[in-house]
Design a protein around this ligand. Structure first.
Ligand code: HEC
Ligand code: HEC
Ligand code: HEC
Length: 141
């Protein structure tokens, strides 16, 4: 009798623990509201090089930025649109365009640092940036 009672108690504890964890996880997902923070799915560009990532989550929920700090002056609200522009390059970023409007080493980490924070498909990246020809050959033409 005593034994089965303690098994029951342990069972209840385990069950409520799992239930609480599930409730917490659900809350964490619910807390990201796309109307408030922008789309949850990362935006990935494959032009001119593969693959650069942008996440609304880091910028809005994370860094507290408003939509209009990027839309529509720096970026249209259309995933992939900027990759159609000839000037979507590091040079433009270094000159304060696109991501470089903030990633200048003051508002946010500089665009010439932490390459792999933005470039997630990074193999061959050193080779690409070291050779203008290699970059050219990898372009959209
Ligand atoms: C730090 C810059 C930044 C901020 C702040 C920002 N966005 Fe964006 N957003 C982007 C970029 C970059 C893109 C992709 C544009 C491109 O590829 O040219 C984008 C694209 C989008 C898209 C299109 C997604 C798709 O799948 O086509 C929507 C919708 C959007 N943003 C909504 C928002 C909303 C709503 C907010 C404010 C809550 C917001 N954004 C704040 C940078 C930002
Ligand atoms: C309006 C300002 C603004 C623009 C535009 C902007 N960012 Fe950011 N970004 C920030 C701030 C602020 C942070 C957080 C501070 C930091 O990491 O230096 C940040 C952080 C990041 C991080 C680090 C996330 C982390 O926590 O590890 C990445 C990666 C990033 N941005 C990529 C991009 C890319 C790619 C673009 C262009 C498509 C872009 N950002 C455009 C302001 C901006
Ligand atoms: C803040 C985000 C960010 C950081 C940091 C960053 N890049 Fe980029 N990079 C981009 C974006 C956005 C593009 C254009 C989209 C694409 O090519 O997919 C790009 C494109 C490029 C390109 C192709 C276009 C060109 O300029 O020739 C090269 C090469 C490149 N990056 C190298 C680097 C290297 C090397 C570093 C580090 C020294 C670096 N990037 C750091 C965001 C970043």
């Amino acid at each position: 009798m005593k034994k089965s009672l303690s098994i029951l108690v342990v069972g209840i504890l385990l069950f409520s623990g799992a239930w609480l964890r599930a409730a917490e996880e659900e809350k964490a997902v619910e807390e990201y509201d796309e109307d408030t923070y922008g789309p949850l799915a990362p935006i990935i560009w494959e032009k001119p090089v593969r693959s650069v990532v942008f996440e609304h989550k880091n910028h809005t929920q994370g860094a507290g930025l408003e939509c209009d700090s990027c839309h529509d002056e720096l970026f249209p609200m259309e995933a992939g649109a900027s990759a159609e522009n000839e000037d979507f390059t590091m040079e433009t970023l270094y000159n304060g365009g696109y991501c470089g409007a903030c990633h200048d080493g003051e508002t946010a980490f500089a665009s010439n640092k932490r390459c792999t924070a933005c470039h997630i498909g990074v193999r061959g990246q050193a080779r690409l940036s070291g050779s203008a020809d290699a970059v050219e050959g990898h372009g959209t033409k």
